[in-house]
Design a binder for this molecule. Structure first.
Ligand code: MLT
Length: 410
């Protein structure tokens, strides 16, 4: 008899985005002529940049010739990509990251759910609320929590509430925890942490010997040079922070899959005897055991995002999505909505109309305006009463969506 991992039974039956997909399919089956506009899951819509396409074509051609064919690559990533990351993402901002501190992977969703494996089951983990659900669910699956309570929270996790009063950027807790997940620019609220806020987090982590898991998947959407794009721009962060980055939103790789995680050798935890252990060594052991490296073709594509042409083309795409965000923000503000985020992130976080619950608002928007968004409650109890709209879509669809919402909520 195969006994199952009973911790899975603590989770809702389906993950947030498949559940939204299920509801939208049901609606479309009943309304086959409805032109539904999807501003739910943050999925890019612009095609890959020409420089990336050319690099991937060339890499496929290499793979098709005996002389240039490649089998398994280095698990941590090819030098050409790791070097590009070190120079463009870190050295350019005054941060020195060694090649063996970077681990190329097939996505930040996997990285952010897998990273908890290197911490003790008894580790005390803090998350913000609202939060990207992967951080919570992966800890539930691992067995770090009890079953969720009536308030939708899992005992065993420490929740740090983001709300309008703190600009959806909670401060470090008074209590000590072992690990905290932070995401800036934030998914789902689209807000961004300032340098001063990150300095407080780093000071807190160092004081309490905690590790910050810093998800910077949306850093390329920051346009204000005063805002940090990497946690390592903060003094002392290399002693206490692991950073996650992705090509999904930076270069349109949601369907291509490539990301990386930075684990500085100076970030440590303790073993049961209290001895200091490098988290880099643990993650290297995990990564090389469970992963055989991202594909060569994909890594060539990712490296091309750093070439002068690739950079210019991908920055143009980001500017396009951010113009969508601006139009949404202005259009919905004019319609009377209170909007957060959407200035340095492709997500807008809005207060639902007339105090509706997040799912009521979801149903109303789908039924009356044929627009799909993401209910804030899907990101945690503190998201109740809020709603997330993604700016990833064509300009025509964004304009159409604004018009429909304004008509429905006039
Ligand atoms: C989102 O919509 O929150 C993201 O696209 C999900 C993800 O990156 O996994």
């Amino acid at each position: 008899m195969a006994r199952i991992n009973e911790h899975y039974a603590k989770l809702p039956a389906s993950y947030l985005f498949p559940e939204i997909g299920r509801r939208v399919r049901a609606y479309q089956a009943e309304h086959p002529d409805a032109k539904v506009i999807r501003l739910g899951i943050g999925d890019v819509t612009e095609p890959l940049a020409p420089a990336i396409v050319a690099a991937m074509h060339a890499a496929v051609d290499e793979m098709g010739k005996r002389e240039t064919f490649r089998g398994y690559g280095p698990e941590q990533g090819y030098d050409f990509l790791v070097d590009a990351i070190r120079k463009a993402d870190y050295a350019s901002r005054g941060v020195e990251i060694a090649a063996d501190e970077i681990f190329v992977s097939d996505g930040s969703k996997c990285d952010s759910s897998n990273i908890q494996e290197i911490f003790a089951l008894a580790a005390r983990v803090a998350v913000t609320d609202p939060v990207y659900p992967v951080y919570v669910d992966s800890n539930v699956m691992a067995g770090r929590t009890g079953p969720s309570g009536a308030d939708g929270r899992y005992p065993g996790l420490v929740y740090l509430v983001g709300n309008e009063a703190n600009g959806f950027q909670p401060e470090p807790p008074a209590e000590a925890v072992d690990v905290v997940y932070l995401c800036s620019p934030n998914n789902p609220t689209g807000t961004v942490a300032t340098r001063a806020q990150l300095e407080r987090w780093v000071a807190w982590a160092r004081k309490h010997d905690a590790v910050i898991l810093f998800d910077a998947a949306y850093e390329s959407y920051i346009s204000d040079p005063a805002l940090p794009r990497s946690i390592y721009e903060i003094e002392g962060a290399k002693e206490c922070a692991i950073e996650l980055r992705s090509f999904s939103k930076r270069a349109g790789f949601t369907g291509v899959r490539c990301a990386f995680i930075v684990v500085p050798k100076t970030v440590t935890g303790t073993d049961p005897a209290g001895k200091r252990v490098s988290l880099n060594a643990l993650w290297a052991r995990r990564h090389t055991t469970k992963f055989n490296g991202a594909s060569y073709v994909v890594q060539r594509g990712a490296a091309a995002a750093y070439s002068p042409e690739g950079l210019a083309q991908t920055q143009q795409q980001i500017a396009f999505y951010m113009e969508n965000a601006r139009l949404l923000r202005e259009g919905l503000t004019a319609a009377g909505f209170t909007i957060f985020g959407g200035t340095h992130a492709p997500y807008l976080w809005l207060r639902t109309a007339n105090g509706a619950s997040s799912w009521e608002f979801f149903d109303r928007l789908l039924n009356e305006s044929q627009i799909v968004g993401t209910p804030g409650a899907g990101f945690g109890p503190a998201g109740e009463g809020y709603f997330r709209l993604s700016a990833f879509n064509s300009r025509a669809n964004i304009e159409e969506a604004i018009g429909r919402i304004r008509r429905a909520f006039r």
